[in-house]
Design a protein around this ligand. Structure first.
Ligand code: PMT
Length: 401
């Protein structure tokens, strides 16, 4: 049976072109066994008519605080009590700002203030509006109050631009809502995960990189979100889709990765450094494409900052700091050395010389070390190994509570 079976979902629809997808969402929620009551903002009516939602949901659509007949049948306070979950999809920039600031100037915002049901929003807007500092501050405010934020997705936008801001698809929203209702072992925890390689540019067309595909880090982010964590994923250049419910920050170089990780550090409960960060970067990046000259080219490289070690000794150090070690020999010895030297709580070592696991593969096997214990995880799919590693992180966090 679906986790949404029997749930009473108050579906708020605000003004945005993605409102047309909310019609399909009503159906998908019903398919999952939920009852759906649609509440539209005045602006949403410019995109989709109430009749569509009424026909699909089988319930009169509510949109005004001043509708005497509707209030007599079920007052807005009764409606707020009726809901077992509130999902606002699409959530426009204006609606998000009003929610963040506690407005009650229409029926939907009033209901959001008056309900004690969990609230989730699915932002949908132009990419620049989404990236705007005011919007991000509003999102952080809502997150800090326990509002779940689903998406947005990246891709082509109705305005013709490409970027983050698209509403998640109805089926993805149903999956998010279902997952967020589960109280996983990491519910209430904030985890920061790094993934993928870094690319260190030599000139406008060449870079130093490595074979990391990002699959291990993305699997950790996806599994952590499924276990209830609030996940921020700092990703090097990889071609992977963002896991549902995960906040993603894309970077290219080690220095950018460091900056993104340190900026996201405050308030995190855990950091998992899965990224294969370059140890060296070119001392200089040529502004123009370098020309061939002579048989031998000598490059001058500089050490990159060790992000993991910096996180572990940071004043805002998360309670659980986990490193990865990619080794081709003496796995346990080198991994234990990194655990000690970098001041980590756990280190997950993989033998990247072994066929079928490690870089690029869908599978992995990890030897995990703490100061006084060790665990063998896998071999198996990266999602499975990720889940096992996250159980150890959850154990660690619970032991420090
Ligand atoms: O991405 P995939 O294709 O799925 O492959 C997964 C993986 C093999 C990349 C992953 O499982 C893994 O082993 N990641 C760590 C790779 C690595 O760079 O290992 P390392 O031993 O060089 O670094 C040790 C730790 O220090 C790592 O946590 C790394 O993120 C961190 N580090 C390293 C250098 C640096 N400048 N800053 C860092 O934070």
């Amino acid at each position: 049976m679906s986790d949404l079976a029997g749930q009473r979902i108050l579906l708020g629809v605000s003004a945005g072109i993605a409102a047309y997808k909310a019609a399909d969402l009503v159906r998908r929620l019903q398919d999952a066994g939920a009852e759906v009551q649609v509440v539209m903002t005045e602006g949403a009516g410019h995109f989709v008519g109430a009749t569509t939602f009424q026909a699909l949901s089988g319930r009169p659509v509510r949109s005004s605080l001043w509708d005497e007949a509707a209030e007599a049948a079920m007052s807005h306070i009764e409606l707020a009590r009726w809901a077992s979950r509130v999902l606002v999809a699409p959530a426009s920039a204006d609606l998000i700002a009003r929610l963040a600031h506690g407005f009650a100037n229409d029926l939907l915002t009033t209901l959001c203030l008056a309900t004690d049901a969990p609230i989730a929003i699915a932002p949908a807007m132009n990419r620049l509006m989404w990236a705007n500092a005011a919007m991000q501050a509003n999102i952080e405010t809502l997150r800090a109050r326990g509002v779940a934020v689903f998406g947005p997705a990246e891709g082509d936008q109705a305005c013709g631009e490409v970027g983050a801001g698209r509403m998640l698809e109805p089926l993805e929203l149903v999956a998010c809502l279902s997952e967020s209702g589960k109280t996983g072992r990491l519910a209430g925890r904030r985890l920061l995960v790094s993934a993928g390689p870094t690319y260190e540019d030599l000139d406008p067309v060449r870079f130093l990189g490595n074979r990391s595909s990002g699959k291990m880090g993305f699997a950790l982010a996806a599994e952590a979100a499924a276990m209830g964590a609030d996940v921020t994923l700092v990703a090097g250049p990889v071609g992977l889709a963002t896991p549902v419910g995960v906040r993603r920050i894309d970077v290219r170089r080690a220095l950018e990765m460091r900056e993104a990780i340190l900026a996201a550090l405050p308030g995190q409960d855990g950091y998992i450094g899965t990224a294969a960060v370059a140890d060296y970067m070119p001392a200089e990046t040529a502004k123009q494409k370098m020309k061939k000259s002579g048989e031998v080219l000598t490059l001058e490289l500089r050490r990159t900052p060790d992000i993991l070690a910096e996180v572990a000794r940071h004043a805002q150090r998360p309670r659980c700091v986990v490193g990865f070690a990619a080794e081709t020999q003496q796995l346990a010895e080198y991994a234990r050395g990194k655990l000690r030297d970098k001041g980590l709580d756990l280190i997950a070592a993989n033998d990247v010389a072994r066929a079928g696991i490690g870089f690029e593969s869908d599978d992995n096997a990890l030897s995990v070390f703490s100061a006084d214990a060790s665990h063998e995880l896998g071999p198996g799919r990266k999602s499975l190994v990720a889940r096992q590693l996250l159980e150890l992180v959850a154990d660690f966090l619970e032991s420090k509570a």
